[in-house]
Design a protein around this ligand. Structure first.
Ligand SMILES: Nc1ncnc2c1ncn2[C@@H]1O[C@H](COP(=O)(O)OP(=O)(O)OP(=O)(O)O)[C@@H](O)[C@H]1O
Length: 254
């Protein structure tokens, strides 16, 4: 029987955007008291519901600004939805923002320790795994270089190598694979497949439909914060490529 490990239930996310600039906290409160603060709200997600089963590789697709990263941030617990609930069963390794959890002034070696500690591992454990991380990232010659001198692809290599070191229950990958070169992307895809075989659930955001088609079992297509279609990868990607909104507001296309 399928075990649901991520449940997103009627989630709406509204962001407040100040219409005019407020330079300091005092000015903010004065404007607020005088009711002069004009705030527009922007709905990034509206009434989004879906579930992901253990061991699935689930993809989120859609045009720029449709709400993919917001969905991942809500699932990871980085932001709380305005309305609705999210339930997550198990440990999450979120690879969401490139370089998040890194200090660019520190060297790669120092960042492995910092990032590992942030993920909750002990210093001893990280040190014992350091070589494995260096080997997978193929950045041996750059270990003493501060991250500010790394390219985005190199940061992605390091981030992915740390996040997948220990098999997480749930791996969340936001676009990161797309900044690596072809060889590294392939290596990441193989590792994702290995993790999947070991029962890890993977949630991926990618603009590369080819990558989604290659890796995912099921896909959700979002448009302007709304669910357009949810279902098997081939069908949903096909609808997306043709911009076929037929499935709009339907539940699952199977
Ligand atoms: N903290 C925030 N405050 C205000 N608006 C936000 C905030 N975060 C996201 N948004 C807005 O919410 C919408 C959805 O953003 P999100 O980053 O989830 O889109 P996306 O689908 O991941 O886009 P992309 O494909 O370009 O990465 C966008 O219009 C964005 O400007």
């Amino acid at each position: 029987m399928n075990q649901e490990v991520i449940k997103v239930n009627n989630v709406t996310m509204r962001f407040n955007l100040e219409r005019e600039r407020t330079d300091n906290v005092k000015e903010f409160f004065i404007k607020k008291i005088k009711r002069r603060l004009q705030i527009d709200s922007f709905v990034a997600l509206e009434n989004v519901s879906f579930t992901i089963n253990k061991g699935e590789v689930f993809g989120l697709i859609g045009d720029n600004g449709c709400g993919k990263s917001t969905t991942l941030k809500i699932i990871s617990g980085i932001i709380t939805p305005t309305v609705g609930q999210v339930e997550v069963l198990g440990s999450i390794s979120p690879l969401i923002e490139l370089g998040a959890g890194f200090d660019i002034e520190l060297t790669a070696k120092e960042n492995i320790l910092l990032n590992g500690l942030t993920l909750g591992y002990s210093k001893k454990f990280i040190e014992s795994k350091q070589q494995e991380i260096i080997d997978f990232s193929e950045l041996k010659d750059f270990m003493d270089v501060p991250l500010k001198n790394y390219s985005s692809g190199m940061i992605a290599r390091l981030g992915f190598s740390i996040a997948t070191l220990v098999k997480p229950d749930i791996l969340i990958v936001d676009e990161i694979l797309s900044v690596g070169d072809m060889g590294f992307q392939e290596k990441c895809e193989n590792r994702i497949q290995e993790l999947m075989a070991g029962g890890t659930t993977v949630l991926i955001v990618s603009h590369s439909i080819k990558q989604i088609e290659k890796l995912c079992n099921r896909v959700l297509w979002l448009d302007h914060g709304h669910m357009v279609a949810l279902g098997k990868t081939a069908e949903i990607c096909d609808c997306y490529k043709r911009k076929d909104f037929r499935g709009m507001n339907d539940n699952e296309i199977t």
